[in-house]
Design a protein around this ligand. Structure first.
Ligand code: KG4
Ligand code: ZN
Length: 345
């Protein structure tokens, strides 16, 4: 068992995550303190195909999940008997992948007679911030940007959300991944575009600012197409785009759009706290733009630690704690869902 818990009531949640290419499990104390955190990933194998192959992801989850959960318990010096609840991501995600985690969690919770807590993946990403920022609590404004979603959300309470804006087409992470592919950079695209951008000139290519209805909505498919067209036009002339310059220009444009929309929503709602979440929250330029802009507005800025930006079990355990407190428990019929709005409940 971990060291003595100083709270009056101590709750240990096992969080299980398997929505994409990370099989992850963690033990978190009272939604805030990470006791153990194990991530097994098929990302290197997926990179061979230039993106996630759902069938491969599901098979790897099935192979990795027992050992991943065992290691999370062992690292915490616990057995399943010491855990107070099993939280699992049940939506949204690649359905075959999600079902591996859901079924494993159901079997484990059933056998050990523990409560089963269903966690929405994006709520988990937001909760990643609670692991680092012990003072952070709702209400706050959050940009959640991942491979599948880009939302500007008002987090009204631990389990209450109001969507103010969203992408009308591609998610931010998806745009990073597609642009990386077009530029011949490896998957996952976000980190490789960011790395290439370090040596590039962000003003080298004039990329469009897409028009979109809805004050806080974003659109990235036109931006992505503009990059593809530049690359093709250059190829037809027997030339090549400068990869570093294009990576820097794209990163600057997409990050400016995300930051501008988030900060506009922050100003309009008089947000006192501005938060980033999701895989794209690892982007250094985005972190800088949001940090600088929010400070100008007089809002406090919270950025997730880099190790908790991508998919992990600790963020699911953290949100699982608050879902449990809110009475959101699942029965043994819990199913996985490929899509589900963050404000579903
Ligand atoms: O949240 P996440 O790990 O998984 C999903 O829920 O989708 O997000 C993955 C996405 C990928 O599209 C990846 O390219 C992007 O986050 N990403 C980044 C960076 N690191 C990961 N995008 C921009 N800059 C980064 N440094
Ligand atoms: Zn994610």
């Amino acid at each position: 068992m971990p060291g003595p818990c100083i709270e009056v009531l101590c709750m240990y949640v096992l969080g299980i995550e398997s929505t994409c290419d990370e099989t992850a499990a963690a033990i978190v104390e009272n939604g805030r303190k990470v006791i153990s955190n194990i991530i097994s990933t098929s990302v290197r194998e997926q990179a061979l195909y230039g993106g996630v192959v759902p069938e491969i992801a599901s098979r790897r989850h099935a192979e990795y999940i027992s050992a991943t959960v065992d290691k999370a318990l062992a690292d915490a010096n616990m057995t399943i008997a010491d855990v107070d609840a099993v939280a699992v991501t049940f939506a949204p995600g690649l359905i075959g992948a999600v079902l591996v985690g859901v079924n494993f969690a159901k079997g484990l919770a059933y056998a050990a007679n523990k409560p089963l807590v269903p966690v929405h993946h994006l709520r988990g990403h937001i909760a990643a911030n609670y692991l680092t920022h012990q003072d952070l609590k709702p209400p706050f404004l959050c940009l959640v940007a991942s491979g599948g979603h880009s939302h500007i959300v008002l987090v009204e309470d631990w389990c209450r959300y109001k969507i103010l804006g969203r992408t009308v087409d591609d998610a931010a992470g998806e745009a990073y991944d597609k642009v990386a592919r077009t530029l011949g950079l490896p998957y996952p695209g976000g980190p490789s575009v960011a790395a290439a951008a370090r040596d590039g000139n962000p003003k080298a290519y004039k990329l469009p600012v897409p028009h979109v209805d809805g004050k806080y909505n974003v659109s990235f498919s036109g931006l992505k197409t503009a990059v593809i067209n530049e690359v093709h036009n250059a190829e037809q002339k027997g030339q090549a785009v400068n990869v570093a310059d294009m990576a820097a220009s794209f990163q600057e444009r997409i990050d400016q759009i995300l930051a501008k929309k988030l900060l506009a929503a922050a100003a309009d709602t008089n947000a006192q706290q501005v938060v980033l979440a999701g895989g794209v929250a690892a982007n250094g330029r985005l972190r800088q733009l949001v940090n600088d802009g929010a400070q100008k507005l007089g809002a406090k800025v919270y950025l997730p630690e880099l190790k908790y930006c991508g998919d992990n079990g600790a963020m699911i355990a953290a949100q699982g704690y608050y879902e449990y407190q809110d009475g959101n428990l699942a029965d043994w019929t819990l199913n996985g869902l490929p899509t589900l709005p963050i404000d579903y409940r």
